[in-house]
Each structure stands twice: as C-alpha cells, then as structure tokens.
Design a protein around this ligand. Sequence first.
Ligand code: SF4
Ligand code: SF4
Length: 474
Amino acid sequence: MSEIPIKDVTPVNIHEKYDGVAAKQHAGKLYVRAISGFFQKLRTFSLWGLILGYFITPWINLEGHQAVWFDLPTRQFHIWGITFWPQDFILLAWLLIIAAFGLFTITTLAGRVWCGYTCPQTAWTLIFMWVEEKIEGTRNQRIKLDKAPMSASKISKKLAKHSIWLIISLLTGLAFVGYFYPIRDLAPDLLSFSIESSWAIFWLLFFTLATYGNAGWLREQVCTHMCPYARFQAVMFDEDTLIVSYDEKRGERGSGRGTRKKNIDPVKENIGDCIDCNICVQVCPVGIDIRDGLQYQCIGCALCIDACDSVMDKMNYEKGLIRYTNEHALKGNEVHILRPKLIGYASVLIIMFSVFGYTVFNRTPLELDVMRDRGALYTNTSDGRVQNSYQIKIMNMSQEPHDFTIKLAGLEKGELVGKKHINLKNGEVGSLPLSIKASAWELKTSRTDVQFTVTRDDGLEVSKESRFIGPAGG
Ligand code: SF4
Ligand code: SF4
C-alpha cells in the first residue's frame, strides 16, 4: 500500500520565523514589504479604480436624483436608472444569487482573483499600508520603529498615521451613508444633529470604526478568520483552477533551495532555483510562505510572483518560479480550461442573468391596489340603491409623471362614484376613495365580481379584481 506524503504546515508567524523579530513585542503583527511589478500595478489599477468609484458614485445624479440611492424611508432603491420597489425585492435577492454564482464561476476559473484584485478589505488595506509606508518608512524601518523606545519622533509618526487612517475611515463612512441618504444634504444635516439623521450618525460612526479597525488593525485576520469565502473556496477549486503556485520541481531541484553566488548555473550545480531569500514571504500580506503549497489564507494577490520575478531577474534566471498556473500544468498533465463544473456554473449564471434582465426590463411600471371597505358589507343609499366603498391605490413606478384614469367593469349598470382621475409624479403613490352604486334588483347574486382598470395617459393598463356585495338574492 502506497503512503500518502504528509507536509507539516502548522501555522507559524512566518515573519518571526525568518526575521527573528521578538515574538513578545510583535506577536501577530506582519511587516509587509512593499514591492513593485506587473501584478502590483494591475492591483493598484483595479483597486484604486474601485475605491474612486465608491467615493464618486453617490455624487452622480441621474433623472433628478442620485444614480445609486437606497432610499429606505420611501423603500425605493434607485440603481443606475432602474428603480426597485418593495415588491421588487425578490429581484434584489435574485441579483445577490447571481453575484454569488458569478463569484463561483470566476473562482473556479481563476481562483481568488476577487480577493486579490477587487475585495474592499484588500482595497482599503492597500490605502492604509500605503499611508503607513509613507509615514513610518520601509518594512525594516517600521520594525526598527516598533522596537525603539517611545520618543517624540515615534509618537508623532504614530499619531500622524492613525489620524490619517481615521480621516480616511471617516470619509469612507460618509460615502457609505451617502448611498442611503441624499449625500449633498448629509454634511449639513449631520452638523445640525437633526433627529432624522440620528441613524445616519450611528452608521457613520459604525463604518468609520469598522474601516479603521479592519484596514488598520485586523487586516489579514479578516481574510483568514472572519471571511467565510476563504473557508468554502476550496469547494470551487479543481486541478485546472488558476492559482498562484511555487514550482517545487524547479525551486527544490537536486540538493534543494539555498543561497549561492550570482552567476552559478543551478541546473549544472544540480541545486534548486530558489535562493531562499524569503522576499516572497516578506511581501505576502497574509504572512504565508507560498513554497509550503496552496493554503486557504492565500488571497491570490500575486505579490509573491512580482517579488520572486524580481529576484529571478537579478540572478539572470528565467522568471516564473512562482507563477499563475494550475495543478495539472505543474504535474505536466493536460490542462482543461472548459470543464463540466465551469460550464455548469457559467450556464446557470447566463440563464439567471438573462431571466433577471428580461424580468427587470419587462416590469409594468404601474401598480394598482384595491381595498374594499371592510367596515360595512354594503350601505343603502337614499336613492334606493346599494353602495360599496373602496380605497384605490395607484403607484407610478415609472421615471416620469403621468395621468391615470380608473374604470369599472363587471357590473353592467353599476356607477363608479368619486374622483376617477389622478396625476402622479414619478415614484408617487396616490389614493382614491371610490364607491360603486348599483340597483339591488339588478344584482343576480349577493356577491358580484368586479374589475377596476387603471389606464395611464399613454395607454398602459393594469386591472385588479374585487367584489361588490349586495342583499342576498338581489
Ligand atoms: S502567497 Fe502570494 S498570492 Fe498568496 S497572499 Fe501571499 S503574496 Fe499573495
Ligand atoms: S522570492 Fe523566489 S527565490 Fe526568493 S525565497 Fe521566494 S521563491 Fe525563493
């Protein structure tokens, strides 16, 4: 019976392991080394794009209001020209399911690209680390600063860093609340401490502290211990999924990794291409050693690729000792880009997206509600007829104002009494108290089905059934 090879990947503080940084002083703290390279540029481009998009979006107006505005008091969600009403919330749930399937599909294809290139936690950590580097210096300078006794210079640097972090957090919180509250009124309302904005103050403080805590202090702990996606991503991975991998065959060739002089040919000397410089470990934002194999903490940021490529360049070795590849390619097997699992996810995604798009763009932007007065079955009028009362509710769910007219059907000689026309602004809900009067002797049964039809000025119609109740036997 063949034995299964076992590799000990017991979690250690990698940075302590390689730097000898005293565990007592720096337990759990990572000192991430800055690196430049192709993937860092790509990340900077995508993450800054998303950050700017996040801050700018609430300021963009479309059709007279914020283009993206989750207006909770009126329960209308405006998203780039489409308004979702409470009755459309099923569509929003649908949208979340589509987003989840999108994530499954992209993860099966390209691993954790979401984490490395688009996740808000990664984006805000990037800003915070950039501020830290600008104020406290490089990785070695930061380690030295933390080890140094308290001094005026140390206090001023820490104070400056935390103040800027808090300002960024506050701006992040303001932008977040601006998706739910008219952003142009937000600052004046907050400064006036008006009652209506008390919830805004709560969420502003909550998001300010959450951003400061997550991006400033917790950082990789959020990805490793708090994010559920890190835990279940393995289900979506297969041997053809694109992952950041260390080429063990090449790196550990012959007598394995180790330091050497620059111009030594590792193939001739039968040694691995890895010079054991540990730069790939120092740049890793989650503090793992990719040479230990694929680990769930890896966010697929590819910074270790940039780091190792720069080392390979200096050594005049071929780049790609750490690279984007997959298990099959590493084993020399055939790679299957299109595979059943991926086709399955992608097909479900396309179907769901098509159904969602069709439903959204074919919704009737008009809602009619008819409520019969339950206080009385019917009343007898002075002219000898029977009367039923109704409350008619019309919702103009379109983006423009319209005129609406109510008609009655189902009761041949029934008369609709009350105001039968109404003009409603976009997004407005109008109520019309109406009555139906009919001669008792014309009623064939005590309950007659009637139909209310509302017609918009451009001909769009919506109908609703109700009942007219009269004396038994007519
Ligand atoms: S191992 Fe490499 S890709 Fe994974 S998180 Fe660390 S630096 Fe990023
Ligand atoms: S950066 Fe490359 S050469 Fe240096 S330790 Fe990592 S894998 Fe080895």
